[in-house]
Write a protein that binds this ligand. Structure first.
Ligand code: FES
Length: 584
């Protein structure tokens, strides 16, 4: 092992545990002697955590156990002492009632684990949708230097008939089946759709989060899109391990020294360029709140107006993320976006974004398009406001039918997802292709914000060939999905937002170019309805879900807990209890 302290710029945090000849130092060292580490090791080498969201029940993260071994090797090679710690694994499609509320729970677990243990730096291993933002949020609040590594995209297989089986394909298949048109064997599709370990392989939420981690500067360049089953991902893991020891020895950069306003601008720019998931908007707002960056929905809209869709990947484009990687990956995307970026933004790699992209090349200009030849014209994401969404709502414009960008239609209101299931295919439902489907009580408080925002179209309209309609809700939408869905309406219906006041037959007007979303009902009538409105009963009386209901913020703020927002909330300084042993 090399000399680990030659480049040290800040004192090691772990020295408070291990480098004192007092009773706590004795207890801490003797405890870890049982794990194989000597007094000499603990008194001279940096301590690096590997926070791992691996689980058998989460196939998106299933390769993280093996990757953790590679990270461990990298840490040892660089002279650090690795300690792997299992974290909660949030399996998107399995966990009930929905994965979303558990993001904040995992973020709290990460923060407190990092605060409580003697880590000088940490490698964060995530994959499936909520594990990634939760790890970032917790580590940002703990202010421990970190490098993030994703599990990597899965490699989708072909179902019977040759149709590519991936998550975006599922949504198309469901519509085709409901319209009676698909020839695809549903069971074959089911067997193929999660064909390998790894997260969803289109630019859904997981791939979007991974990619923007490079733009944020918290993941190593080129690491995000390497497939989960590709041997090169092991190399990324070893390099992440080595990088974490460098961060430990140099005392940073710390999260708050990387995650500044420039980093968030760069991340939003990349998110727009790849037509990424609307869920990332919520996660970036929450992360910014953790580090005290005053990010708002308006900033997303400002940046989206100048960034074209240049990545030809699903769901907005044609290909999977593996093609994007072989076309040059995120470094090549960032190079193409160079005039729109803050090139002096710092990264965990030690270089600035500008320095990283110097050597990047676009290998396939059909997959990574030049700025003047985008995949589609217009903005990829838009933020709309109006009397139906005073604090804003979002729409993935690049995945919607542009014919609906200026639209007036009559509302068909669903109180909850069960009502949709009961009514949507009722032949007697009064609805046509110009109607506006409204789902409410699906926001952060109402239903923990599930991905119900892409409401199913009525079978009778699907059979007539209708494939998109305007849908409005306070829910989220899967990053793999598509359609004219106005999402994250804030404030939500369950806390008395105007969405709660819409009635069947009301005229709704969406004007995307003007960024307006209006409920065309007289103010006096809306006030009368408000007087009659009753909040839905809160159903959680104990435990985490009660805490969640009481403290979750609205979508335009990122749905974090109100007591976790802000960079300077911790009142007990680190080191207060260093002279004590907490137990034996
Ligand atoms: Fe886990 Fe898509 S289901 S990333």
């Amino acid at each position: 092992m090399g000399d680990n302290n030659t480049s040290q710029k800040r004192p090691l945090r772990s020295a408070r545990w291990f480098r004192k000849d007092d009773l706590p130092g004795f207890v801490h060292r003797s405890t870890l002697a049982a794990a194989g580490w000597s007094r000499e090791d603990l008194m001279t080498r940096p301590i690096v955590g590997i926070l791992n969201t691996w689980s058998d029940i989460n196939p998106c993260n299933l390769n993280l156990r093996a990757l953790a071994e590679e990270v461990r090797t990298g840490i040892l090679e660089a002279g650090g002492i690795p300690f792997e710690v299992p974290m909660m694994s949030i399996s998107e499609n399995i966990i009930k009632p929905t994965s979303f509320p558990f993001r904040n729970l995992l973020a709290m677990e990460v923060e407190e684990t990092l605060r409580g243990y003697p880590f000088d730096a940490v490698v964060l291993l995530g994959g499936c949708d909520k594990t990634q933002p939760a790890l970032l949020m917790g580590a940002a609040s703990a202010r421990i230097p970190f490098v993030f590594l994703a599990s990597g995209p899965a490699t989708p297989r072909s179902a019977t008939g040759g149709q590519l089986a991936n998550a975006t394909g599922v949504w198309r298949l469901v519509d085709q089946l409901r319209a009676g048109q698909s020839q695809c064997d549903f069971a074959s599709f089911e067997n193929s759709v999660m064909g390998t370990v790894g997260h969803c392989a289109e630019m859904g939420t997981a791939s979007s989060m991974s990619a923007i981690c490079e733009a944020l500067g918290v993941a190593l360049p080129g690491s995000s899109l390497v497939p989960a089953t590709d041997r090169r991902r092991s190399h990324c893991a070893r390099e992440a391990g080595r990088c974490s020891v460098r961060l430990a020895n140099e005392g940073g950069p710390r999260p708050e020294e990387i995650l500044d306003a420039r980093a968030f601008d760069n991340a939003i720019t990349l998110l727009c360029a790849v037509g990424g998931s609307t869920n990332v908007i919520i996660h970036l707002l929450a992360l910014a709140g953790r580090v005290g960056v005053p990010l708002t929905l308006d900033r997303f809209d400002e940046i989206a107006r100048r960034v074209p869709l240049i990545a030809n990947v699903q769901p907005a484009g044609e290909h999977l993320t593996e093609r994007l990687m072989t076309a040059g990956g995120v470094p090549a995307l960032l190079k193409t976006l160079k005039p729109l970026l803050h090139l002096d933004a710092r990264t965990v790699d030690g270089r600035t974004i500008g320095e990283i992209i110097e050597t990047a090349e676009v290998v396939d200009p059909e997959v990574i398009r030049p700025l003047d030849r985008p995949v589609k014209p217009g903005e990829t994401l838009v933020v709309v406001k109006g009397n139906l969404a005073p604090d804003g709502a979002v729409m993935k414009a690049c995945a919607a039918d542009p014919k609906l960008f200026r639209h007036r239609g009559r509302a068909v209101v669903f109180e909850d997802v069960q009502t949709i299931a009961n009514r949507i295919d009722d032949p007697a439902l009064c609805i046509d292709e110009n109607s506006v489907l409204i789902l409410r009580n699906a926001g952060p408080v109402g239903a923990a914000m599930p991905e119900w925002g892409m409401l199913p179209l009525p079978r009778k309209l699907l059979e007539r060939g209708v494939r998109d309609m305007l849908r409005i809700s306070d829910a989220r939408m899967s990053g793999t999905a598509y359609g004219a869905a106005v999402l994250h309406v804030s404030p939500e219906a369950a806390v008395g937002g105007p969405l709660a006041l819409v009635r069947d037959g009301d005229i709704i007007e969406l004007d995307v170019p003007a960024r307006r979303l209006e409920l065309c009902v007289e103010p006096e009538e809306l006030e009368r309805r408000r007087q009659d409105w009753q909040p839905p009963p809160r159903t959680h009386v104990r435990g985490y879900r009660k805490l969640y209901d009481q403290h979750v913020e609205q979508a335009h703020l990122g749905c974090d807990f109100d007591f976790l927002r802000g960079a300077d909330k911790e009142t007990l300084p680190e080191g207060l209890f260093d002279g004590w042993v907490g137990g034996w």
